[in-house]
Design a binder for this molecule. Structure first.
Ligand code: ADP
Length: 596
């Protein structure tokens, strides 16, 4: 007897109760050392697996820090780039204006060597030429002349009739000549831009009658040429056009052209984006007058003719801001966008890492469960086999001859054989489900018939465990649309578990209920010790066996519930479990009915 028990001791806590007189042959658990060594290897590789994960996490954090720095550098570089582009565009805008203005001055600049008559006809011919070639003739409303002595009032150059016509003084012109009279230009090459008119003022010199000692003729200031700009054209077409060229929409800058009156009040003349409120330019990125610094620009257009352009206090301004609000805001926005994208990428990486870790943990757990399964199943197979073999040998050797004892041996062989085939069936079913080889034939079937069939096959086990099975099946249940064999198998699994784990409760209740939305519920309730909370999340996992099941040496493969769940899902239903507070466990199969 001691020998027998010693040989079976390799599965802790499991001692086969055999009739003492059955002499067992030696059973050597050869597979065990190999399994144990495999499990150890699994643990080792887990230890080594932690290191790469730690390294990956460290790399992820390093990447995050680098990313933070890099995005700051990028944003500063972007700010510099925007500022440079803003300066370039502003310079472009100013140079476009001064180029046009200087072109006009140069065209109208007359030599101071002739008398007034020849100077006048020179101006007519130059003016006419400018109108023909400049392409901007609409910019000039008219050219006027006022003698230095103010005799004859203001004369208008009529290019069509080549005549100087006395005219009423336009208000803007009067102001320019009158109020700022002291600041009127004096040098023959000098042109002054007056933004208030808007227009240009230029002194006209003619040869004087006095001849110098050297015989040279002294030029003498004769009067002023006034080039009056067409205000509407200048404001509404000309300025917006050169501004748009300097600040194209693709550059990301918005602009406003404003006119500043003598009191310093500013009036918006044009804005590049109507949707942006004028107040948004209160803190502009750049503010530029039409001519750089209102300073002097000298242009040499050949050996003789020099034009010098200066400006009275600027009256026209362009205000520029980035469409993001400001250059700073644009750089910050870029930084946030860069950071957002990189953090999203890093998060995706981290999530993938997490998924890999979880998958690895799950794979390891499954591998461990499979190991335990292999250990458990080999034990489960060996024990009944040992009983069957020993009983058969005893019978064959004539050790047992008594009629009663022979019957007892026969029953034992039958019982162990049935348990063996049930176990093999479980494993084959599991394999078939996983290879999707199993097919189901759904047909209308009564719940009562399936329940009765399942009870009939489970009854011997229940009776030997002295457990009563009570049923409650209402008469008006609809027919089920299911595979009766597969459903019976699920029910048998649940009843088998209720018998195995609910022994203390002494009874099992099987209840059928008509559910909502075309379902019938079959509930198997036991009054045993229930499922431990730490086991609950895993009981439907393949090969999982509860700690209690293992320590109290209750036989099983850990496949029953996993099979039940997969079969129920294949049948269009499901299995659920509740843990009543008063103890025990209640599993419910939810099955679709035939007339949904
Ligand atoms: P097995 O019964 O072969 O161990 P199962 O897949 O049928 O495998 O069950 C998985 C685990 O769920 C069991 O090991 C047991 O811990 C627990 N369990 C299942 N049914 C019950 C029940 N009625 N009462 C208590 N525990 C149960």
């Amino acid at each position: 007897m001691n020998r027998v028990l010693r040989q079976l001791e390799w599965a802790p806590g499991r001692r086969q109760k055999l009739p003492p007189e059955i002499p067992l042959r030696r059973l050597r658990p050869r597979a065990l050392p190999a399994i144990v060594s495999l499990m150890r290897k699994g643990q080792q590789s887990w230890t080594t697996g932690v290191l790469p994960i730690a390294v990956l996490i460290a790399m992820l954090l390093t990447l995050m820090i680098l990313q933070l720095r890099w995005s700051r550098e990028i944003s500063e570089a972007e700010r510099d780039r925007l500022e440079q582009s803003l300066n370039r565009s502003t310079a472009l805008f100013q140079s476009a204006f001064s180029r046009d203005l200087l072109g006009l001055c140069r065209s109208l600049q007359t030599p101071a060597s002739g008398d007034w008559k020849s100077t006048k006809s020179e101006i007519f011919s130059r003016y006419g030429a400018w109108i023909r070639v400049s392409g901007r003739s609409a910019l000039v409303e008219g050219i006027y002349f006022r003698q230095q002595t103010n005799a004859g009032g203001i004369l208008h150059f009529d290019p069509e009739h080549q005549k100087l016509v006395p005219t009423a003084v336009p208000a803007s012109l009067k102001e320019a000549l009158g109020q700022n009279g002291r600041n009127l230009p004096r040098r023959p090459d000098q042109w002054v831009w007056d933004g208030e008119m808007p227009g240009l003022i230029h002194p006209v010199y003619v040869a004087s009658n006095t001849i110098g000692a050297s015989g040279s003729v002294h030029p003498q200031l004769y009067g002023y040429l006034i080039v009056l700009f067409h205000t509407r054209y200048f404001e509404q077409l000309y300025l917006p056009e050169i501004a748009r060229r300097a600040f194209p929409p693709a550059g990301g800058f918005l602009f406003q052209i404003v006119h500043q009156d003598r009191e310093g009040g500013r009036h918006v003349i044009y804005r590049s984006a109507e949707t942006v409120p004028t107040g948004a330019f209160a803190r502009a990125d750049a503010e530029a007058s039409l001519l750089p610094d209102g300073g002097v620009t000298r242009l040499k257009s050949g050996a003789s003719s020099v034009v010098s352009l200066s400006s009275r206090p600027p009256a026209w301004w362009i205000l520029v801001r980035h469409h993001a609000g400001s250059v700073n805001a644009a750089a910050t926005e870029l930084r946030h966008r860069n950071l957002g994208i990189s953090i999203a990428v890093l998060l995706v990486l981290a999530a993938s890492l997490l998924i890999i870790v979880l998958a690895t943990l799950r794979a390891r757990r499954l591998a461990r469960l499979e190991m335990e399964f292999a250990t458990g199943v080999s034990h489960e197979l060996r024990t009944p086999l040992a009983v069957i073999r020993s009983a058969a040998e005893n019978l064959a050797d004539g050790v047992v001859t008594e009629q009663n004892r022979v019957r007892e041996y026969g029953t034992m062989i039958h019982r162990e054989g049935r348990r063996l085939s049930a176990m093999v069936d479980h494993i084959l079913d599991f394999a078939a489900l996983h290879s999707e080889a199993r097919t189901y034939n759904l047909e209308p079937v009564s719940a009562a018939s399936v329940i009765q069939a399942a009870i009939a096959s489970s009854l011997p086990v229940a009776e030997s465990a002295e457990i009563a099975i009570q049923t409650s099946i209402p008469g008006n249940l609809p027919l089920l649309n299911t595979d009766p064999g597969a459903l019976r198998q699920c029910l048998e699994n649940l009843i088998g578990n209720a018998v195995k784990y609910g022994k203390d409760g002494r009874k099992i209740e099987i209840t059928a209920l008509r559910g909502e939305s075309g379902l019938v519920h079959l509930r198997v309730r036991d009054y045993g010790s229930g499922i431990a909370p730490e086991d609950r999340p895993y009981i439907f996992d393949p090969f999982y066996r509860g700690a209690g099941a293992r320590t109290s040496a209750i036989r099983g493969t850990g496949l029953g519930l996993s099979l039940t769940r997969q079969i129920m899902e294949a049948l269009g239903g499901k299995v659920t479990v509740v843990h009543p507070p008063e103890g025990g466990t209640a599993f419910t199969l939810h099955i679709p009915t035939a007339n949904r």
